[in-house]
Design a protein around this ligand. Sequence first.
Ligand SMILES: [Zn+2]
Length: 239
Amino acid sequence: MNNKKFYRFGDNSHYTRGYTWAYSIISRSEVYESRCKKCGSVAKYPIGDFDVIVEGGVKYPDVLGCGAYPFLIVSEVVVNDWFDAGITCFTKYNVGVAEVKSKKLVDVPKPNYYSIEIEGRCKIDLDASGLKIKRKCGVCGNMTTKLLTSDGFKMVPNSWDGSDLFRDIDLYPRVSLCTEKVMKLAGENQRTNFRFEPMEGPRESFSKGIDYLKLYKKRKSKSKQKTNQKCIINRRSIG
Ligand SMILES: [Zn+2]
């Protein structure tokens, strides 16, 4: 395959302290809602912009955990880091903070947040990852997998499209994957509340993941490479 290092990432709200958290969503756009007639699985989430109600914490993180739906929500500075580094393989939707239920945050300026839908693609190799499909609904595709051996994901060879942000939209639409470049940007710029783990494992579900803030702190380099991001845009309804 290739020698690139890949990571699974998201918010780290369960392992960091003091950051507020979005516990509910108020849609400002069309809401996707479905209940599968065959297996009964329910999906409901906004398709475009939405607002959140935040609760707890004393500060705003750069990656905002969301209890209502596993959206990837990042602050504007993170989006700018990505754009500046030539990473453009995503669609962003505005996320407003409609209500603050933390007394200590009421007077703190709210960052602009964006919900990110990653456009980069790969395919997860279930067999190679040690995952077995136990049940898969023939109508909606909802599936239950059985973990055999693995604690990480392996990709189908040559299925990665070269994007720095990518995911398997069919099997794991809510799992965000990235290259080392993304983790390095987060570390160099000291962006808060990211969680990074090696894509192929081990999954460190008992720890706070890779300490990217420490890892890249002093290795600040000004050399910016302009890369031509290869981007396959192939959107369909999520879920
Ligand atoms: Zn179904």
